[in-house]
Design a protein. Structure first.
Length: 120
């Protein structure tokens, strides 16, 4: 005796495939949103460390770009991309513009993330 698969019309399979595709797209969208929000918070925390720890809250560090270059070199060894001196300067500028994390707008974060992607 052979087992027969239940008959399903092409339209029913198309609807099923569309429903599954929509679920996958929705999940991917949520993952991107969560990732972007997490990275925004992370970059803000990194910028805070640079400004508060290395600069003691001053707008400019007394040592200038040399310390950022050294920091960039160390981070690049561990994480490869994304921590060049220009990006560290942008993070510092971002923190000086938005010293309170809750005031960082999602639009600002997306701009920073897109700049980061362009630099890759």
């Amino acid at each position: 005796m052979t087992k027969h698969k239940p008959f399903q019309s092409t339209d029913a399979l198309g609807i099923l495939a569309s429903q599954i595709a929509e679920m996958i797209q929705t999940a991917r969208h949520r993952v991107r949103q969560t990732f972007n929000q997490s990275m925004m918070v992370n970059y803000w925390k990194i910028s805070r460390l640079i400004v508060e720890h290395e600069q003691q809250g001053q707008a400019r560090a007394a040592y200038g770009k040399q310390q950022l270059a050294a920091l960039s070199t160390r981070l690049a060894k561990q994480f490869c991309k994304g921590f060049d001196v220009g990006n560290l300067l942008n993070l510092r500028r971002g923190h000086l513009a938005f010293p309170i994390r809750e005031t960082v707008s999602p639009e600002y974060a997306l701009i920073q993330l897109s700049r980061k992607q362009e630099n890759k």
